[in-house]
Design a protein around this ligand. Structure first.
Ligand code: AP5
Length: 212
C-alpha cells in the first residue's frame, strides 16, 4: 500500500492543487478538512450553521469537531489517503497519529513558501463548484472566468479568500506550524518541497520526495 500523505503548508501553498494531481495520477483518496467543513456550511447543517462565521473570519474550527468530521470521512483499511488541511496544530497532529493513521506508513510533506507572495494566489483563486478543479486568474487561467474548462461547472471565489481574511489565516498558520513540523521531524517522516516554483516543478519534487 502507498504511504498515507500528510500535506502541510500555508493557505495558498498549493496543497489542494497537488492533491488533485496525486488523485488523478496515483489513485490516492483525498480528504480535505476545509472541503468537508465548507460542505457542512453550504448544506446548512447544524454543524454548518455553527461554524459558518468562524470559517468566514479565517479562524480555526475546534479540534473535537474537525477530528469527528475527518474520522467519519476516511477509512484507511481500503485506501491510501492524502490529508489536506489537517493537522493545524500540535494536538491535531497527535490525534491524527493515534486515532487515524495508527500503524500505517505515513509521509508528511511541507509546502515551503514565502507567505507574502502566496497571499496573492488566494485572492486570484477560483474553484469549480462541481468537480473541485482549482484555477488561478494569474497562473492557471480558465478559458472562461466563470466556467470550469473540465466540466463546465460554475467557478467560485471562496469567502475567506479576501485580503483581510487571508492576513488572519496566514497569522494563524505562522503561530502554529513550528511544533507540527518538529513533531514530524522527530518521527523522521518530514519531507519538504519548494512550493514557490511553477506547478509542474512542485509536482515533480513532490513525487520525488514521496518516492512514488
Ligand atoms: P482549508 O480549506 O484547509 O484552506 P487552507 O489550508 O487555508 O488552504 P487553501 O485551500 O487556501 O490552500 P491550498 O494550499 O490548498 O492552495 P491551492 O492548491 O488551492 O481551510 C479553510 C478553513 O477551514 C480554515 O480557515 C478553518 O476555518 C477551517 N479548517 C480547515 N481545516 C481545519 C482544521 N484541521 N482545524 C480547524 N479548522 C480547519 O492553491 C491556491 C491558489 O494558488 C490556486 O489558485 C492555485 O491555482 C494557485 N497555485 C497553487 N500552486 C501554485 C504554484 N506552484 N504556482 C502558482 N500558482 C499556484
Amino acid at each position: 500500500m502507498k504511504p498515507q500523505l500528510i500535506l502541510l503548508g500555508a493557505p495558498g501553498s498549493g496543497k489542494g492543487t497537488q492533491a488533485n494531481m496525486l488523485i488523478t495520477e496515483y489513485g490516492y483518496s483525498h480528504v480535505s478538512t476545509g472541503d468537508l467543513l465548507r460542505s457542512e456550511v453550504s448544506r446548512k447543517t447544524d454543524l454548518g450553521i455553527r461554524i459558518s462565521e468562524i470559517m468566514s473570519s479565517g479562524k480555526l474550527v475546534d479540534d473535537k469537531t474537525v477530528l469527528e468530521v475527518l474520522a467519519s470521512n476516511c477509512d484507511l483499511s481500503i485506501s491510501s489517503y492524502i490529508f489536506d488541511g489537517y493537522p493545524r496544530n500540535f494536538e491535531q497532529a497527535v490525534a491524527l497519529d493515534e486515532e487515524i493513521v495508527k500503524n500505517h506508513k505515513a509521509v508528511a510533506v511541507y509546502f515551503d513558501a514565502d507567505l507574502d507572495n502566496i497571499s496573492e494566489r488566494l485572492i486570484a483563486r477560483r474553484t469549480c463548484s462541481k468537480c473541485g478543479e482549482i484555477y488561478n486568474l494569474i497562473t492557471k487561467i480558465p478559458s472562461d472566468e466563470k466556467l470550469c474548462d473540465k466540466c463546465n461547472g460554475e467557478l467560485t471565489h471562496r469567502k475567506d479568500d479576501t485580503a483581510e481574511v487571508v492576513k488572519q489565516r496566514m497569522q494563524i498558520f505562522k503561530d502554529s506550524i513550528t511544533p507540527i513540523l518538529q513533531h514530524y521531524e522527530d518521527k523522521g517522516i518530514l519531507k519538504r518541497v519548494d512550493a514557490t516554483r511553477p506547478l509542474d516543478e512542485v509536482a515533480k519534487s513532490l513525487i520525488d520526495v514521496i518516492n512514488l
